[in-house]
Design a protein around this ligand. Sequence first.
Ligand SMILES: O=c1ccn([C@@H]2O[C@H](COP(=O)(O)O)[C@@H](O)[C@H]2O)c(=O)[nH]1
Length: 266
Amino acid sequence: MNFFDRLHDRIRMVNSVVSVGLDPDPARIPNHLSDYDLPRWAFNRRIIDATHEHAAVYKPNAAFYEDPDGWAALEETIAYAHGKDVPVLLDAKRADIGNTTRQYAQILETVDAITVNPYMGRDSLQPFLSNEEAGVFILCRTSNPGGEDLQDLELESGEQVYERIAALADLWNDNDNVGLVVGATKAEELEELREQVPDLPFLVPGVGAQGGDAEAAVEYGLSGEVGLINSSRGIIFAGENQGTEFATASEQAAKRLKKRLNQYRE
Ligand SMILES: O=c1ccn([C@@H]2O[C@H](COP(=O)(O)O)[C@@H](O)[C@H]2O)c(=O)[nH]1
């Protein structure tokens, strides 16, 4: 079954478009978990237990797992999320020349969806795009201030780079498995892109800690009923100073965000 069909069912089941970002910064994990073999896994497990009823997906960012203990923590986390029937979107921003990206794409045996970087063009994404069951979210207009350095540049055609990326993503969507990453901090671009590519679901990071526009994220991020609004630090570190009660605070933060976003869903 296609990722976006599965996501549609999941969104309906939990009545939520919240993507819970699992970015377990070791410096912010509660002290009482530091004696565990894999503190990031111990942390994520508690976050998943507390938030899964509100999560349309979990979105671990690969950057937080780039060492042997991290890889082990990520593997456990993915399996545990799947055990709770929650799809996993790995935020890895991958792409490379063909033979390398074929290796990268093997991760789709383990996760349900991935973020990819369009900078190297279609062949660098093809092994992801060819996987009919996986979701492929292409970076389009990112949430960070420096996104403008390249993404806002105007081409000879008069389009901006991020608009060309959206047009290409639409062309590359032969398997109905492509979405875009568009930051909640870019409300005007969200609106414009929704008009340009009405059929592509967006992953919208940047609500919460980055202060993005939650209403615009919902109004323009969803294609029909499908799309994802991500918060990472705003959920997982909501109880940073609450010791063993941290997961309860995360549950409340996820529930609050779900309720807030649902006010804007039709
Ligand atoms: O444009 C982008 C693309 C990816 N991200 C990632 O999303 C989360 C956001 O975390 P918060 O703590 O909710 O700010 C994080 O993994 C980013 O690397 C993004 O923010 N913007």
